[in-house]
Each structure stands twice: as C-alpha cells, then as structure tokens.
Design a protein around this ligand. Structure first.
Ligand code: ATP
Ligand code: MG
Length: 417
C-alpha cells in the first residue's frame, strides 16, 4: 500500500517528463497564436456545480465523481472535467463584462472513478479550451482548428475528425419523442443503465458502450434528420469552414457526447492507434450551460483533450519526441578548495544561463568523470590546486573528446559560443 500509487493513477517520472513539457509547450504556443488565455481553477468545487454543469443523467455524475464531505460538512467534488469550473469562474468574475468572445484554456488533472485500463485512468490530465459569447459557426470551427493545429504540429496526421449536430432544445423535443418511441419498443433488450437513462434522458442511451445496446441503436432515429432550420444552417456553415481550412472530417450521426449541456455541434477526434479508448479529443457547443450555472444566457463552445491518450497516440505512431536539453557542464574537483570554488563558480555559470553540475557525493575524480559521462553532459572541466592557482582550465568536449586550455573566466563564453 505504502509504496504503491492508488489504482488508476500514474507517476510521471523524471525520465519521461520531457514528453509532457514538449506537448505542453506546443499547446501554450498554439493557444497564444489563437488568442486563448490560460485560466487555472481549483482542484475541487462544490458538488452542486457538477450536478448542474455536467448533468445528473451522465455517467460522470452518476458513477464517476470523487465526492466527499469536508470537515465543515460541505459536499466537495474533485474536478471531473474542466468546462464547468471554467464556466463558474467566468460567471463569478463577470468575465462576460469584458470584450467578447472570452477565450480560455487550461491544462488540468481531472478525477473520475472509472475501471482503469489502457487510456482510462482515475486521474488523467486534460488540455481544454472554451470560447464564450459567440454563436457563429466560425467559433466552432476555430475551436476545432486549435485541436487540429496541435495534432499537425505534433506530426499526427491520421486522426479522424468526426462531427455531428445534436440540435437545440427546440428541435430536440421532436427528436426525443421519436427516440423515446424507438427505445420504448426495445426497452427489454437494453442494459440496466440504459433503462435508467431512458427515463431521465433518452439521448444518453446513444452513448452506451455496451455491445448489445450498440447493436439495437444501429436503427435508432438520428438527430441529424430532425434539425430545425437554424441548427441545420449552423451545421452546414461549420462544414464549409472546415472545408475551407482543408480539414478532412466525417459526419458521424452517432456522436452525442457524454455531457448534458451540449447543443448543436458535437465532435470527437479519434485515433485508431491506441485501441478501444480511441477518442483523444471531444467537444462541442454548449449554449445552455452558462445560464444553467447561474450566469446570463451566453453561448459557449470548447473541447477537452486527454493528454495521456495524446501521448499514447504519439508513442504508437512512432513519433519521436525531441530529447530534453543536455546538461552543459560538469565541474570535476580535486580537494576541498576546488570544491568550494566549484560551488560558487557553478552558481555564477547557472546565473548566466548554463546548466551546470558539481560533485555532491565526495566521489573520486575518476568516479566524477564516470558520473558526468552517465549524465551525458556536453563539457567537463577538472579543478585542482594548479587550476585554481593559474586560473586556467582544460575544457573537454565530451562528444568528440577535444580539449582546449582556457582562462577560467572564459568557460561560459566558450560553451555558449
Ligand atoms: P469516454 O467516452 O472515453 O469515456 P468522455 O466522453 O468521458 O470519454 P470527455 O469527458 O469528453 O470524455 O473528456 C475529454 C477527453 O478526456 C476524452 O476524449 C479523453 O481523451 C480524455 N479522457 C476522458 N476520460 C478519461 C480517462 N478516464 N482516462 C484518460 N483519459 C480520459
Ligand atoms: Mg467517460
């Protein structure tokens, strides 16, 4: 117990963390290019927020939340997704009083009590973006473009963009009637969860992952055939923007997304390289959410992207992530005076922007060199009595073995050189 991380969680070890940095840096750069600003919200919220913002008929709320009472007796829930906290902050801080649209992004851990398997964790990390205030289909297209741009920058070319429209409350009324009728005829064959969903929110049934339900749902009526004129036009506009951008996409009428607040656009970006949990990115439009969470009626559109699944896709596609920057210099020392000198010399060099290491283990010179080799440093110097006296050192290039004699104060210039 003591030496094992909880089920469904993962350590990111120092030897792997450069992959996260690489992806995160590109994410930040792209968000900056698109004008999305970072927002950081707390790790936990009042449970009520997720009951409202995610929806009581969703799997997240029904089965997956980490909810507990704190010592003050408040019901608290660890963030199971990023959108409702962003909406809560947007409303709480009156961000809608600023120039619209308001464009936000986040990179955050999220918590869901799920059955752990490849690509499905109890703590995972999401990169998400939200755009508030824009009704126009160009906003949906811009949001999708952020994800597509990221994939392209990472070298992922075979992800499949699936889009759908799930209409608005107006056209969904008619559709729900037809769907309920269809499900009613098949109710006995549905799984227990779906029987429950049928009562609370029949559209949830379409999201069921149980094979027998999936088979029945093949013949279910499709929301796309029930869109009102407004939703139809919006969906067509979205497609023309995506075509304009040159993004390949397929219309997948089965995409409904797992969350209650979606309207119009729903999309998923799917990898065929990571097995059953293939959805790397999912999102859509949520015109009802801000109001649902106690704010004014303001539309929104966004996505959540699983970073673990993204990294898995990179790995399985054979894409090499550039290795991290190497340590510039190891200062080997012989004797106490040299050790003290090296200590302050390393500080000076680090302040000049170099990455420098010195011996802290009291190793012999030979062992220090061996260690420097293991660290794969670019350069080494050896400091002993003579070097301190003459203020001259031999700087060794560890890649080609070349050594040059230089003034001790020129080490920095030479390495940066
Ligand atoms: P799924 O259908 O796979 O359960 P979801 O609909 O619950 O996904 P969202 O709530 O839309 O997923 O989350 C956005 C993204 O976060 C997903 O597309 C996926 O990449 C990632 N994700 C969701 N749940 C997990 C998890 N348990 N472990 C790892 N990544 C996850
Ligand atoms: Mg899920």
């Amino acid at each position: 117990m003591l030496t094992k991380a909880p089920r469904g969680t993962k350590d990111v070890l120092p030897s792997e963390v450069y992959k996260w940095h690489y992806v995160e840096n590109i994410i930040r750069e792209i968000c900056d290019n698109f004008g999305f600003k970072e927002i950081r919200t707390p790790g936990f919220e009042h449970t009520e927020l997720f009951l409202r913002g995610v929806g009581e008929s969703t799997d997240i709320v029904r089965k997956e939340m980490y909810t507990f009472n704190d010592k003050g007796g408040r019901s608290i829930t660890l963030k199971p997704e990023g959108t409702s906290p962003a909406v809560r902050a947007f409303v709480e801080h009156n961000l809608y009083a600023e120039a619209m649209p308001v464009k936000l992004y986040y990179i955050t851990p999220v918590y869901r009590y799920e059955r752990p398997q490849s690509g499905r964790l109890r703590e995972h990390h999401q990169f998400g973006i939200e755009m508030f205030g824009a009704h126009d289909a160009s906003a949906d297209a811009e949001v999708i473009s952020v994800a597509m741009t990221l994939f392209k920058r990472l070298g992922l070319n075979n992800l499949e963009l699936n889009i759908n429209s799930i209409g608005c409350p107006n056209c969904r009324r008619e559709y729900n009637k037809a769907l309920k009728e269809f499900l009613g005829e098949n109710i006995e064959k549905l799984c227990d969860d779906c029987k429950e969903r049928y009562k609370i929110n029949p559209m949830r049934v379409l999201d069921c992952k149980v094979e027998s339900c999936k088979r029945i749902l093949k013949d279910a009526p499709l929301m796309l055939n029930y869109l009102c004129d407004d939703c139809k036009e919006h969906f067509e506009n979205l497609q023309s923007y995506l075509k304009e951008a040159g993004f390949n996409f397929v219309i997948n009428p089965k995409i409904v997304r797992g969350l209650d607040y979606y309207t119009k656009t729903a999309f998923e970006i799917i990898s065929n390289d990571i097995g059953a949990q293939g959805t790397v990115c999912g999102g859509g439009r949520y015109d009802g959410l801000v109001e649902e969470c106690g704010g004014p009626s303001i539309p929104g559109v966004g996505f959540g992207m699983g970073i673990e699944r993204l990294l898995l896709t990179l790995e399985n596609s054979g894409i090499e992530i550039p290795l991290p920057k190497r340590t510039d210099l190891f200062i080997c020392t012989v004797g106490d005076d040299a050790k003290k000198y090296a200590f302050s010399m390393a500080l000076r060099l680090r302040n000049s922007g170099l990455s420098v290491e010195v011996d802290n283990m009291g190793r012999s010179l030979k062992a220090q060199m061996k260690y420097a080799n293991k660290l794969n440093v670019r350069y080494t110097i050896i400091l002993g009595e003579d070097e301190l006296k003459n203020k001259v050192v031999r700087l060794k290039n560890m890649d080609n073995g070349e050594e040059i004699e230089i003034d001790i104060d020129n080490v920095c210039d030479k390495i940066i050189g």
